[in-house]
Ligand binder design. Structure first.
Ligand code: 5AD
Ligand code: SF4
Length: 359
């Protein structure tokens, strides 16, 4: 591929995103081989704690948007969060990830800070902590980093400003530039920085997706979390004004995006997203075979899971954490991967960049 001519390069990405049949299978295989060559067949876990579904934002696509009045809102208390982290630690997970609706404010920042510190202490600094808590002030990002969180995932959702404004309300809570600025702040502070997009959104084109890939490579992202868009009945996008791709096509497109990302950035961490499993029970395993290397098993206490429904058919809502884990371990072994128990599984891309900056 010619990386020097961006227009030519973009056309090639669009061509790959349109591939079918043997070309499609060849692309996924190339993604898988690029992964084997660069980071091998180890899968690292981030035990996912969905600690609150309270959100100040109102994104058109999301089931826990503030405008959804049908939802029972919850927030795990400190002990419940600690217990979930201990579950991860006792089950030899290398890392946990906090995900929640977007909230700001001093009290909230302090609460998270306290929990990060306790988990670090309880695990003798052995558990890695990833945060996915949206847009925050520089000060909050800094405090959380200094407390011990070392990765941050903030999906840009789409790198196209116009599309961003079609999938979010047009108000001061949903500003493309602000989200972008947050990503730069996170990176500057030293976090391993992750971003990603949804695939198959209303109004989205292959051209947009190719731009997303170029955006992530130019940003020199350390981690990528992407997934198919899946409608939720209580959102404005349940029946969008425009035609959208069938679910199967959104799924295949996500596999293609995964493989292309892996080929272009062989040493990043790439998540096999839960949304893939919502479309196909073996969706995450198929993502592993296209280049993904990270999985986020849900370790949220079962009683809360049904209320963290970002989209319809979200898997694992009725399983308990022990069951989900053994099911998952078996299916990973079946596709000839191994699990990096007790390892942080940091992005090699991040480590390499740090070393390059030191010399
Ligand atoms: N379908 C797929 N992914 C979704 N997200 C939110 N709503 C949906 C949906 N309907 C994703 C967004 C967000 C992440 C937490 O979940 O990308 O960043
Ligand atoms: Fe809130 Fe994130 Fe859902 Fe938007 S996508 S409504 S910020 S939880």
């Amino acid at each position: 591929m010619n990386n020097k001519n961006p227009i030519f390069f973009k056309e090639q990405i669009i061509k790959l995103l349109s591939s079918k049949g043997d070309d499609f299978n060849g692309l996924l295989n190339a993604g898988f081989n690029a992964k084997l060559l660069s980071i091998g067949n180890t899968v690292h876990f981030r035990g996912l704690i969905e600690f609150s579904n309270i959100c100040s934002k109102n994104c058109f696509y999301c089931g826990i948007r503030s405008g959804n009045k049908k939802l029972t809102r919850y927030e795990l208390n400190e002990q419940e969060i600690i217990d979930a982290a201990i579950f991860a630690y006792n089950n030899r997970f290398g890392s946990i990830a906090f995900q929640g609706g977007e909230r700001t404010g001093k009290e909230y920042a302090k609460k998270i800070e306290k929990i990060i510190k306790r988990i670090k202490q309880l695990s003798n600094n052995n558990l890695g902590i990833t945060l996915s808590l949206g847009e925050q002030s520089s000060e909050t990002y800094k405090r959380w980093y200094e407390s011990g969180a070392h990765r941050y995932l903030l999906r840009i959702e789409t790198s196209n400003k116009e599309l961003f404004s079609k999938i979010h309300p047009n108000d001061k809570n949903h500003i493309f530039e602000k989200r972008l600025e947050c990503l730069y702040k996170i990176k500057e502070l030293g976090y391993q920085t992750g971003t990603g997009v949804m695939i198959g959104l209303p109004y989205q084109t292959l051209d947009n997706l190719a731009d997303d890939i170029l955006f992530m490579t130019n940003f020199k992202v350390d981690m990528v979390g992407m997934g198919p868009f899946i409608e939720h009945a209580d959102t404005p996008f349940y029946q969008p004004e425009t035609d959208i791709l069938p679910l199967k096509e959104r799924f295949d497109l996500t596999l293609k995006m995964t493989a292309i990302m892996r080929i272009l950035m062989p040493d990043i961490n790439l998540v096999a997203s839960t949304a893939m499993q919502a479309i196909d029970p073996l969706g995450r395993e198929k993502a592993l075979l296209s280049g993904a290397n990270i999985m986020m098993p849900n370790i949220t206490p079962s009683k809360y899971r049904d209320n963290y429904k970002l989209y319809e058919n979200k898997p694992g809502r009725f399983e308990n954490p022990d069951d989900s884990l053994s099911l998952l371990s078996n299916s990973i072994t079946k596709v000839n991967h191994k699990i990096g128990w007790e390892e942080w599984g940091d992005s090699k891309h991040y480590k390499k960049n740090i070393c390059e900056n030191l010399v």
